[in-house]
Design a protein around this ligand. Structure first.
Ligand code: HAM
Length: 482
């Protein structure tokens, strides 16, 4: 009988096993400490696998906080200057607020809202955008009684259950400004200017795309024309756009699919359907922008994806971005003169914008020139070192007492050895270190060590604040020596 292959395979496996056994036995044996560390690492990794993030959600880690802080500071600067007041609104609102304002048929309302029934059986929604909430706040608090216009701003998280991808998250933060009670085109220009200045101050060059979508009557007449045109081109459109022809024809103009582009390019333009008043309003905005030297491009196909707009609409894009997509819009806004009235209040013209801060931060990290990207982490002026448990107690007290002096003090009470603490101080590049040890504890004194010369002075703990202030005067505001 011819030999079957089976025993050969067995033999090979056996051979392999011996090799494996050999390499295993040759592998260096782990020490007890290493084994413990390996076990701990495995445990940590398992825990980390167990406690992952929800899809589309992310943590903003400490190393990125400096960019977020810069955005928030810039928002404060700009809004202070243009006299906008900060408002914070709840994360949850009644679902009907967004359905009514953003509109049925929009992606946000139809597909993306985090809506659920709360324990009282009320249909609620995690805020997908800020304008509706700001309008609700204007109505709720009777802000029509305040001198008009009422100017509000916010920097708040928004929630949209979108397909996550680069620059698109299910929780994102918007910096937004809303101006209620003024219909002059100068206010439209002010809003565009503020969004432009926000990017300018951050060192990001942007391009504004602007259009006017007219009032509802003008838009209706235009829609009829557009529907007639799109019907003749139906077979060239993507499946989504085919469905949009009758339901929301303007949204076809917003489609980013390549196959739809030739049809969109030849489509009638809304600007040709505007009446005298709308045209004049829009032209005045453009004149203001010219005067302010805000660069813009007319974008006749720009319609925005939310229902409440009328008249001027705009979007902000990073200037040097080669492949522009819907995800690359850094911000957008426009007029929404009819929204407050449609929610049952009086006619109140309004205009606003918001910026996607997550996208701005991504850009700051990748596109800012190196020098500008080096936004400083919190800088420390002086380091406070201690020697021993009792000294640590006094050091903590001193740390608290010096809080009002505005001198930024670095410390690490976790580090015991003075050598380690001085090393940490060195890394922070501080000009002086305060040292408190057993002797100083008894004498009520403290050592001030000049890190450059190594010279040490001993001073009374009571006089520490005035002494430090004098010393810091010879330093730059950040604490670095002249
Ligand atoms: P929006 O265009 O829907 O407008 O959003 C404003 C900005 O938020 C976008 O340009 C984008 O930068 C950012 N954004 C939107 N969705 C996401 C996402 N999933 N992930 C990351 N960033 C995102 C509004 O929301 C209007 N409320 C703007 C407005 C204010 N109109 C008048 N006043």
């Amino acid at each position: 009988m011819p030999k079957t292959k089976k025993p050969v395979v067995k033999k090979e496996i056996k051979k392999k096993n011996t090799v494996q056994q050999k390499t295993e036995s040759e592998a260096p044996k782990l020490t007890k400490k290493e084994q413990e560390a390996k076990k701990l690492d495995k445990r940590r990794r398992k825990a980390s696998d167990n406690w992952g993030l929800l899809r589309g959600m992310r943590d903003i880690l400490p190393e990125d906080q400096k960019y977020w802080r810069k955005c928030l500071d810039t928002a404060y600067d700009i809004t202070d200057y243009f006299l906008y007041n900060k408002i914070d609104m709840p994360v949850i609102e009644e679902a009907k607020l967004f359905i009514r304002s953003v509109g049925k048929g929009t992606d946000i309302v139809d597909k993306e809202m985090y809506s659920f029934e709360d324990k009282d059986g009320k249909k609620v929604t995690l805020r997908p955008e800020g304008t509706a909430s700001a309008v609700r706040a204007y109505i709720t608090h009777g802000m029509w009684n305040s001198p008009q216009p009422v100017k509000l701003w916010y920097m708040l998280p928004m929630f949209r259950h979108e397909k996550p991808q680069a620059g698109r998250y299910r929780q994102h933060t918007q910096f937004g400004c809303e101006c209620f009670g003024a219909d002059d085109p100068s206010v439209d220009a002010e809003i565009i200017l503020m969004s432009y200045n926000f990017f300018k101050d951050l060192g990001l060059p942007v391009r504004i795309k602007i259009n006017s979508i007219g009032d509802p009557e003008e838009r209706d007449r235009y829609k009829q024309e557009l529907i007639t045109y799109l019907r003749t081109k139906r077979s060239y459109l993507c499946e989504d756009c085919k469905k949009r022809i009758n339901r929301s024809p303007l949204r076809v103009l917003d489609c980013k699919r390549e196959d739809c582009q030739p049809v969109i390019e030849d489509a009638p333009q809304i600007i040709d359907w505007l009446q005298e008043d709308s045209k004049n309003h829009f032209m005045s905005i453009l004149e203001y922008l010219d005067e302010l030297e805000v660069p813009y491009v007319l974008e006749p196909k720009l319609v925005r994806g939310l229902d409440y707009y009328n008249g001027m609409v705009f979007e902000v894009f990073y200037e040097d971005l080669e492949n522009e997509t819907a995800q690359s819009a850094l911000g957008g806004g426009g007029r929404y003169d009819l929204l407050i009235e449609s929610m049952g209040s009086n006619h109140t013209p309004a205009v606003g914008f918001s910026v996607g801060v997550d996208r701005v931060v991504n850009l700051m990290k990748t596109h800012l020139p190196k020098k500008k990207k080096d936004i400083k982490d919190r800088e420390v002026d002086i380091y406070l070192a201690h020697l021993g448990k009792d000294a640590r107690r006094v050091a903590l007290r001193l740390l608290n007492e010096l809080r009002g002096s505005k001198i930024k003090i670095g410390f690490n009470f976790f580090k015991e050895a003075l050598k380690n603490q001085l090393e940490a101080a060195n890394k922070l590049n501080v000009p002086y270190v305060l040292i408190i040890g057993q002797k100083e504890l008894q004498d009520g004194t403290i050592i001030i060590r000049d890190m450059e010369s190594g010279v040490q002075e001993i001073i009374d703990q009571q006089k520490i604040e005035s002494h430090l202030k004098k010393k810091m005067k010879t330093c730059l505001p950040s604490g670095r020596k002249k």
